[in-house]
Ligand binder design. Structure first.
Ligand code: SF4
Ligand code: SF4
Length: 120
């Protein structure tokens, strides 16, 4: 999927103009808003995706069914440029565990979106 700047990802899903889920409070169940992974790549991405930039949206952030999902859990071999997908299930499980998937939102408050700020 195309890269989305952080300020844009807060407003649109990057596909059909739908609004994304609003980021919930820290510790709430993850709703797939994508904010955390659009703000910066995690260590899994930086250490396992070849040539991944240190800053900017994660290259493995995928959009499906109205929410963002982690491509390194879903199909890691694709992003790691492995010759086949044989290890996807095992690697995806390891990454999901390392990321704390299912343990709730671990991203802080994003603050006001620059696109919504006015001079008024
Ligand atoms: S962890 Fe939080 S910021 Fe990240 S996708 Fe889930 S709800 Fe959104
Ligand atoms: S690897 Fe997954 S959890 Fe980490 S930043 Fe990318 S999409 Fe988010």
């Amino acid at each position: 999927m195309p890269e989305l700047p952080p300020q844009a990802i807060r407003l649109t899903d990057g596909t059909g103009g739908q609004r994304l889920p609003v980021k919930p409070a820290f510790g709430s169940p993850c709703n797939g808003c994508g904010y955390c992974c659009a703000e910066e790549p995690c260590a899994i991405a930086r250490e396992n995706i070849p040539d991944h930039p240190e800053e900017g949206p994660c290259l493995a952030l995928e959009h499906e069914g109205g929410r963002f999902v982690c491509g390194m859990i879903r199909r890691p071999g694709h992003y790691m440029r492995l010759p086949n997908d044989w290890a996807d299930g095992h690697l995806g499980g390891l990454f999901a565990q390392a990321l704390g998937a299912g343990r709730g939102c671990d991203a802080g408050d994003p603050g006001p979106c620059p696109s919504l700020q006015t001079d008024a």
